[in-house]
Design a protein. Structure first.
Ligand SMILES: [Zn+2]
Length: 386
């Protein structure tokens, strides 16, 4: 078993140790004692150096040993170790912040924490509760930060599992149990690294709430992460506010009303586009001369069949003795509209023609649409119509 310095001292950043074992390539080494935290309990591993060689990963092994994976082989019996303190302290802030938030969520709403993840950007806890409304989020945030300001002590004690531990979440651990306590608030069984007083958490920010498998997932950041994130959010909001020439507080309301206005004007634009298409259809009718059989036939090539095209066709074929045909070359498809007095049943005629060409389509007696496999068959169909 490796002696774990961080169990009793989370602030040890430099230490000496003896190498007790190594992998054959000397890239993995085992020490008699270590302050490097191996990934466990939701907290990621520490980085740093051993005799100046960068650590790539630290792992907890089942036999109780800690494996240090190095970026270059190391051959030594005594080593000098240095922890990447910025990374470790950040982890200590997020992890203690998690204990604090979990305790507050239990205190305020009776919500147990079921899992914890400390990520590179932000951290999450899943709580056994189906909802957490904005008012509850604000209460959680205020209570957690109040306890930060009170700078309550965070202590580590070792107890035996047979005792009444009075901890927030039962542990399955047998024998000696490490208990991390926040003064007058919380006691948890935990092997992670924590700050010594809540003030060092440096502020808690809740950033996202989402439902995950029946639980609520609470995304949070502490310390410098919270500051940086809040500043990035400020910059994003300020950017939007500038575009509206408004203050930050006015911006959310302005965005909402602008979206509503946009939706209204899009609706109006579509209505006008249909009216223009109908006028175009009627104009085209009057510009199209009669054929010898008395029918006016119009043919158009278009990039696609749209609502506007259908409106144009309907207006054209809404006049007397009229046949309107539109073709799309890619993919080969067509639209046929015919006036009631034209003697042509658009649905029937189009269905027969496209079926013969191996395509499909149909519609009403005055308007029909279909597609065919090739441009040649499309052209040969429409030459009979217009
Ligand atoms: Zn912990």
């Amino acid at each position: 078993m490796t002696e774990r310095i961080y169990y009793t001292d989370s602030y040890a950043t430099e230490f000496r140790a003896a190498v007790v074992d190594a992998t054959p390539d000397h890239l993995g080494i085992y020490l008699d004692r270590t302050a490097f935290y191996p990934t466990s309990g939701g907290q990621p591993y520490d980085l740093g150096t051993i005799n100046g060689i960068e650590i790539r990963e630290v792992m907890d092994e089942e036999d109780g040993r800690v494996a240090h994976l190095l970026s270059a082989p190391l051959d030594a019996s005594d080593v000098e170790c240095r922890i990447d303190w910025a990374r470790r302290f950040d982890h200590m802030q997020q992890h203690t912040g998690q204990h604090l938030l979990s305790a507050v969520l239990l205190e305020l709403f009776g919500a147990q924490t079921v899992s914890f993840h400390l990520g590179a950007e932000s951290s999450t806890i899943d709580i056994a509760r189906g909802v957490l409304d904005p008012g509850e989020v604000r209460r959680t945030l205020e209570r957690a930060n109040q306890i930060v300001f009170e700078n309550r002590t965070v202590t580590v004690t070792f107890r035996h599992s047979s005792e009444d531990l009075g901890i927030r979440k039962p542990t399955e651990r047998e024998g000696v149990v490490r208990i991390v306590s926040i003064e007058d608030l919380d006691q948890s069984a935990c092997g992670g690294t924590h700050v010594r007083a809540t003030g060092e958490i440096g502020g808690v920010l809740i950033r996202r709430i989402e439902k995950v498998r029946g639980n609520m997932r609470v995304e949070f950041l502490c310390g410098m992460r919270a500051l940086k994130r809040a500043h990035a959010d400020y910059e994003a909001l300020a950017d939007i506010a500038r575009a509206f020439s408004a203050t930050l507080d006015e911006t959310p309301g302005l965005v909402r009303t602008t979206i509503e206005k946009l939706q209204d004007s899009e609706k109006a634009r579509r209505k006008l586009a249909i009216e223009v298409a109908q006028a175009r259809g009627r104009q085209l009718y009057w510009e199209t001369p009669h054929a010898s059989d008395g029918l006016r036939r119009a043919r158009r090539t278009v990039p696609e069949i749209t609502d506007e095209l259908r409106a144009e066709a309907q207006a054209f074929a809404g006049c007397e003795r009229a046949v309107f045909c539109a073709v799309v070359e890619e993919p080969p498809s067509l639209l046929l509209a015919a006036s009631k007095d034209s003697g042509i049943n658009a649905g029937q005629v189009l269905k027969e023609a496209v079926s013969k060409a191996g395509g499909r389509g149909g519609g009403s007696s005055t308007m029909a649409q279909g597609s065919v496999p090739t441009l040649e068959s499309l052209n040969s169909i429409v030459t009979h119509w217009a």
